[in-house]
Design a protein. Structure first.
Length: 288
């Protein structure tokens, strides 16, 4: 039955439901999500094989449509066409919520721009599960998703967040986990606390807390420590810590292409440092 308002067993016509799915344990799905998946006309899935396994587990026989990072723009147009025909669609990814380090945002934006209703169906979250079991202060926290795979880009990003005071949250893959925590220790300092949460809600779930400088050794100590997908929670800058002085780095870049006085003026504007101190640094750099 389709109506304007939804209750158990009901979905609305011409509506896109953004449905969170389990991050590991198939039982971690809401009753509302099961109703939506059961009664929509189409389920748009990141990997239809993964979603079919979930649907089979719960005895659901819905029609599947593939929507992944390589075809999302094209499939978003198809979703709008289905909605224009009065059909209802559920959007899911392999695990968690669409659009959070997974496909979905492009499709949702296209459907919204086409004038159709978007309804979120919340559920399991790896980020919130990790924070809840870490004991780390979570307000505020900043979620960064996956770090860049290349070391230079990764460490550049980490320098950009090094002065943030709140909890810093990242995803990481098993084949990059050691390199990533080493970059974190090098840029953020080994004394910060880190919680490594892997395989959340799965059989070999593990949550380990240590100093950031000890994390790489813990990962190397046992091959099993490096298995599975990770959520990394890293302490932010302490309230009494001085922000990193990046004025010299900024000056070095500007002095490559600008006269000394112009470089000093721009560096002062960018970093907030005093011009007199920057001028002295610039003289030392140019002499060097």
């Amino acid at each position: 039955m389709k109506t304007g308002l939804t209750g158990p067993g009901e979905v609305a016509e011409a509506t896109l439901y953004v449905v969170a799915t389990p991050i590991g344990n198939l039982a971690d799905i809401t009753l509302r999500a099961l109703d939506i998946l059961r009664f929509v006309d189409v389920v748009a899935a990141e990997d239809t094989r993964v979603t079919q396994h979930l649907l089979n587990h719960h005895g659901i026989r819905s029609r599947l449509l593939s929507l992944h990072e390589h075809n999302e723009k094209k499939t978003a147009v198809r979703l709008a066409e289905l909605l224009a025909g009065g059909q209802s669609v559920a959007l899911v990814t392999d695990a968690g919520t669409p659009g959070i380090s997974d496909p979905g945002a492009v499709a949702v934006e296209h459907v919204r721009a086409a004038g159709f209703r978007i309804v979120p169906i919340p559920g399991a979250s790896a980020v919130l599960a990790a924070i809840s079991a870490s004991g780390m202060a979570a307000l505020p926290f900043c979620f960064h998703g996956f770090l860049p795979s290349r070391k230079a880009e990764r460490e550049r990003m980490l320098r950009g967040v090094s002065a943030q005071a709140g909890l810093q949250v990242f995803y990481e893959a098993p084949h990059r986990i050691v390199e990533s925590v080493e970059s974190m220790a090098a840029v953020l300092g080994g004394g910060r606390r880190i919680t490594l949460a892997r395989e959340l809600t799965k059989m070999f779930e593990q949550i380990h807390a240590c100093a950031l400088g000890e994390a790489a050794d813990w990962l190397r100590a046992d091959e099993d420590h490096r298995r599975g997908e990770f959520v990394l929670l890293v302490e932010g800058r302490a309230d009494d810590a001085e922000p990193e002085d990046r004025s010299q780095e900024v000056l070095q870049v500007l002095l490559r292409d600008l006269p000394l006085s112009r470089a000093v003026a721009l560096a002062a504007e960018i970093t907030g440092a005093k011009k007199n101190a920057l001028y002295e640094k610039a003289l030392e750099l140019t002499k060097g």
